[in-house]
Design a protein around this ligand. Structure first.
Ligand code: HEM
Length: 273
């Protein structure tokens, strides 16, 4: 079962939602860790051009990050320390953890300069490497106006001894962790065939290079299990979807979904386009 169900009990709002984290909480391992690490190794092998993207400008920070990951494992998860091979240091680090790893380097703006993202949902890493935070988020409705400046400012000031996290969720028709091509259209059918997907994202600065590391840990659970566990799950979910602006509903693949799950909404809401 997934450890986070970040559904807010108020109207949808685009927000940073950053929370400080304890150093010990940076990386998470669960009972399925070995299977997840095996899947990551397989994807790095057979889908390398889609899950690994490396610019030379991210090399130094990647080396530093590999050392930081090893030191973290030695301290908090000693059973997870393993020999490092001779692939790129970011790839070696990404083989050891369940998180996807992104290295952001401050140049004219913050740019994605190295990444191993085995579990993307509806986006293509090849289109993002080298891009600024604003360019990366180009397809996200409202990002530029609401989050563009605050996110850039946060990256400039994140202190090297602090860690931050945020949570993000969506609904997909597939439980696959590697889902770059999942459709943006609303899932067909109903809750019984849907999966609730949560990203636990963390941020920290590397002390020597000054780069910022962005990690993404992906959790997936059948939506029907969450509904069975929590009687308010469906109502909160449909409230979030119905209160989002139309552009967000289209981006997230939520068009018509709340109405399908909750027939009382059908009469109430105007049709989306
Ligand atoms: C505080 C920092 C950040 C905030 C507040 C933020 C916020 C968001 C939001 C609201 C979305 C829309 C996704 C959704 O709601 O399902 C998004 C998408 C995304 N974010 Fe971020 N983000 C942050 C940092 C980053 C960083 C550092 C990266 C670097 C790789 C990144 C990569 C992406 C990508 C690839 C997408 C999908 C874009 C697409 O649809 O093409 N984000 N982000």
């Amino acid at each position: 079962m997934i450890p986070y169900v970040p559904l807010e009990r108020r109207a949808f709002r685009l927000r940073m939602g950053l929370r400080p984290l304890e150093p010990s909480a940076w990386l998470e391992f669960d009972p399925d860790a070995d299977a997840v690490l095996a899947l990551r190794a397989r994807l790095i092998g057979v889908e390398r051009d889609r899950v690994v993207a490396l610019d030379e400008a991210g090399r130094e920070a990647s080396e530093e990050l590999c050392g930081v990951v090893l030191a973290h494992l030695a301290r908090w998860h000693p059973e997870r320390v393993a020999p490092v091979g001779d692939d790129h240091p970011l790839v070696e680090a990404a083989r050891l953890v369940e998180e996807d790893l992104c290295v952001m380097v401050r140049e004219d703006a913050w740019r994605l300069r190295a990444a191993v993202v085995c579990f993307p949902s509806r986006w293509d890493l090849r289109e993002k490497i080298g891009a600024t935070l604003r360019e990366i988020h180009g397809p996200v409705p409202g990002y530029e106006a609401t989050l563009g400046d605050p996110v850039d400012a946060f990256f400039d000031r994140v202190a090297e001894d602090r860690l931050y996290g945020r949570l993000n969720w969506t609904l997909l028709e597939t439980p696959e962790l590697f889902a770059p091509d999942a459709a943006r259209t609303a899932p067909s059918g109903d809750l019984a065939g849907w999966y609730f997907r949560v990203e636990r994202q963390t941020f920290r600065r590397l002390p020597e290079s000054g780069a910022v590391v962005f990690t993404i840990r992906t959790y997936v659970a059948p939506a029907s299990e969450l509904a069975a566990r929590d009687p308010s799950f469906v109502a909160t979910l449909t409230d979030q979807m119905a209160s989002a602006p139309p552009a967000t509903r289209a981006y997230k693949g939520w068009v018509g979904v709340a109405e399908r799950l909750d027939p009382r909404r059908r009469a109430a809401s105007p049709p989306d386009r």
